[in-house]
Write a protein of this length. Structure first.
Length: 164
């Protein structure tokens, strides 16, 4: 039986990862660290609310590393993440800083995924103009969560520590 930890389970991707985990019989418990509750009631789900993305990424990573130095850490970042941490765009700056925090912890393997756009599985109201433009210009084929889920669970992943 597996115990799964998800950071950010209320967003477009995280909510689907959570739903898939809760469907699986080989998952004993899912612990989610998130900014808001998912609203899901399930005896296998534990939600820990936290409001500072960078703080909990760092604290979570450090806690895991202390107890398991050979684990594999998968992080969903985003295209445009700025590893210098100096971008004027908060998303790019925060994702870049978070990537650096995780890479510096030197887990057994670290995979960073930087998709340009993930087309929603279910229709949704896009949160800003950039997403609306991306949605119009991105093909639906092979751009949904099932592709991402397959990448994260395959044994033949890209070289660790390399964003793709």
């Amino acid at each position: 039986m597996k115990n799964i930890i998800i950071i950010g389970s209320t967003g477009m991707v995280g909510s689907h990862v959570l739903a898939e985990c809760l469907k699986r019989e080989d998952v004993k418990k899912v612990t989610c660290i998130t900014r808001r509750t998912s609203g899901i009631k399930n005896p296998r789900l534990i939600e820990v609310l936290h409001d500072d993305f960078l703080d909990y990424t760092k604290a979570f990573g450090e806690a895991l590393r202390k107890f398991n130095d050979i684990m594999t850490f998968c992080f969903l970042s985003g295209q445009g993440a700025d590893s210098s941490g100096k971008s004027k765009i908060q998303f790019a700056r925060d994702k870049g800083i978070a990537e650096n925090i995780l890479l510096n912890l030197k887990f057994g393997k670290t995979y960073i995924f930087r998709p340009g756009y993930i087309y929603p599985v279910k229709p949704r109201k896009e949160p800003n103009l950039i997403y609306k433009i991306s949605c119009l210009s991105s093909p639906k084929a092979d751009a949904n969560l099932h592709v991402l889920w397959g990448v994260c669970t395959k044994t033949s992943c890209p070289k660790p520590h390399q964003p793709f």
